[in-house]
Design a protein around this ligand. Structure first.
Ligand SMILES: Cc1cc2nc3c(=O)[nH]c(=O)nc-3n(C[C@H](O)[C@H](O)[C@H](O)COP(=O)(O)OP(=O)(O)OC[C@H]3O[C@@H](n4cnc5c(N)ncnc54)[C@H](O)[C@@H]3O)c2cc1C
Length: 504
């Protein structure tokens, strides 16, 4: 029997950060992780001796003085992170169809305006207005500025729908499509996604855009080291299969092999649907279970990872987002009958032995879960490896070929220079991270159903809190802020924010 002050289920970024922040306060903390590798979306894998990020390719808000930098500094990992900045004049570039132009999204608010003004000279006022609007919206989310505000601040802007808000800023459709061209970053849905989702994500990258050079798993490893220093434990291969409540309080979490972890306090860093499926308790009403079950998830994706022949493919110090059509919202959540991609994102990694050339390329494209439903009863992750069958392998191969054919039209030096490749589908994300249907960022935020799609940190069980991407916002910055909010419930939010801000 294991006894802790705080038992955390899931070692995603929010779980690990929460563990470090609470262990620093003298609490005895453990983290239970189903996989061999910790970190959830921060996991990396190796192919042909080349390290690949399984999800996180770049991070916003890590620049000096910005929010994520402050949180990571407080967690004791900022100075040890090996980061590489993207091209400041265009960390992301947005391209359409066969056009050769790629429109830059630049670092720095003035620079963002200046770089795009070259392509849209008549839109200077709209560009300034856009920047002002995303900053204003950010100011209404107090935790994004590491201050303790009240909910009414958010309420003033959280009902704005994304596409309608942009239409008010400019009539120029191409410019609106450039602003939202990297919507893979938040898997938005036209008519549903709130403007704040776009604003908070984009604002963080306009502040700064960095890649974790040895791979995003470095963040998890450094947090684990910090946790060990404060006496915390991480258990891997520890899949929680039961959460048992007695007399209104959660008593223990039980893992697949029957081990019980008793705690005074529990934090679930897993999807709320999963929490409910593990929870044995009458305290949670059936109506609440139904509401959570019925929620729409963000769509999923297909990722093709390529190892490149050394010194053969030029490194691009930016990410490229391409769209087949002049409408970035088209076909993000339906399968394309032709099988060809409607859009893709390219993430290059530079080869340190051949500067100026890429060692690898990851290609991401939306893929709804429906495309892999035929194999949904197979499971494959590091703790339970299993082949999904030849037809699944053939499906992946066909998708990879179609994607590559499209990408090679733009990245012509790729042809003949691929040494090895591997692909991930919505099933990969489902099995490695635990997101229902491989959803990229969990529950879809819908401005038309604000109350239903907002998940609170507190649950009906007083000693069970939630954290992670389904609460507040996804992304490295989003879940770090959520971890602060979750820990703030236990330590006092003013106290915790005071310590984070004092550390700078
Ligand atoms: C393809 C993709 C690309 C992305 N790219 C970026 C990017 O470039 N930049 C960025 O900022 N963000 C990116 N994100 C989003 C970001 O990575 C996530 O929002 C964030 O890391 C989620 O963190 P989390 O704390 O919610 O935990 P998660 O990463 O969701 O981790 C949850 C953990 O819980 C574990 N778990 C699940 N069930 C159990 C159980 N029963 N028992 C024990 N453990 C369990 C899982 O194995 C996992 O380790 C990307 C996400 C995806 C999917």
């Amino acid at each position: 029997m294991q006894q802790y002050d705080v038992v955390i289920i899931g070692s995603g970024l929010a779980g690990l950060l929460s563990a470090v922040m609470l262990a620093r306060e003298g609490m005895k903390v453990c983290v239970l992780e189903k996989n061999k590798q910790i970190g959830g979306c921060l996991q990396t894998f190796s192919l042909h001796k080349t390290v690949f990020d399984s999800c996180v390719h770049y991070i916003g808000g890590l620049g000096e003085g910005h929010t994520l930098n402050k949180i990571f500094r407080y967690a004791g990992i900022m100075d040890q992170l090996e980061l590489k900045a993207f091209d400041a004049d265009g960390f992301d570039r947005i391209a359409f169809g066969d056009e050769q132009i790629s429109y830059p999204q630049a670092v720095g608010f003035n620079n963002f305006v200046a770089q795009l003004e070259q392509y849209f000279p008549a839109e200077r006022d709209a560009l300034s207005d856009y920047i002002k609007t995303i900053q204003t919206v950010g100011d209404h989310f107090p935790l994004y500025r590491l201050r303790h505000g009240d909910a009414s601040e958010k309420a003033r802007v959280s009902g704005w729908e994304l596409t309608a808000t942009l239409e008010k800023i400019t009539q120029n459709k191409r410019l609106r499509n450039v602003w939202t061209g990297n919507n893979l970053l938040y898997a938005g849905a036209a008519g549903k996604s709130p403007f704040y989702l776009h604003a908070l994500v984009l604002e963080s990258y306009i502040h700064s855009a960095h890649k974790v050079v040895p791979g995003s798993s470095q963040i998890g490893k450094l947090l684990w080291k910090q946790l060990q220093q404060f006496g915390g434990d991480v258990y891997r291969h520890a899949e929680v299969t039961r959460l048992v409540e007695e007399n209104g309080l959660l008593n223990y979490a039980e893992t697949k092999d029957g081990e019980r972890f008793y705690g005074k306090q529990f934090i679930a860093n897993i999807h709320p649907q999963q929490v409910l499926s593990l929870l044995e308790s009458r305290v949670i009403r059936p109506a609440f279970r139904k509401r959570i079950e019925a929620l729409e998830q963000t769509t999923s994706a297909f990722m093709l990872n390529l190892v490149l022949k050394p010194g053969s493919v030029l490194h691009r110090p930016y990410n490229l987002y391409w769209h087949r059509n002049d409408d970035v919202w088209e076909n993000t959540d339906v399968a394309n009958p032709s099988g060809s991609p409607q859009q893709y994102a390219l993430y290059f990694t530079e080869d340190k032995h051949h500067p100026g050339y890429a060692e690898s390329l990851s290609i991401l494209s939306y893929m709804p879960f429906a495309e892999v439903r035929a194999w949904s009863d197979t499971t494959n992750h590091s703790a339970a490896e299993q082949e999904r069958g030849n037809d699944y392998a053939a499906f992946k191969q066909q998708k990879s070929a179609l994607l590559l054919e499209e990408v090679m039209k733009r990245v012509t030096d790729l042809r003949g220079n691929i040494v090895a490749e591997s692909a991930a589908t919505p099933l990969t994300y489902r099995d490695y991270i635990g997101a229902p249907q491989g959803s990229l960022y969990g529950i879809l935020k819908d401005v038309n159903k604000p109350a239903e799609t907002a998940i609170a940190i507190r649950t009906k069980i007083p000693n069970l809190l939630l954290t992670g991407q389904n609460v507040n916002l996804h992304g490295v910055l989003g879940v770090s802020i959520t971890a602060v909010a979750t820990c703030g419930v236990l330590t006092g939010l003013d106290y915790l924010l005071g310590k984070i801000n004092a550390k700078q």
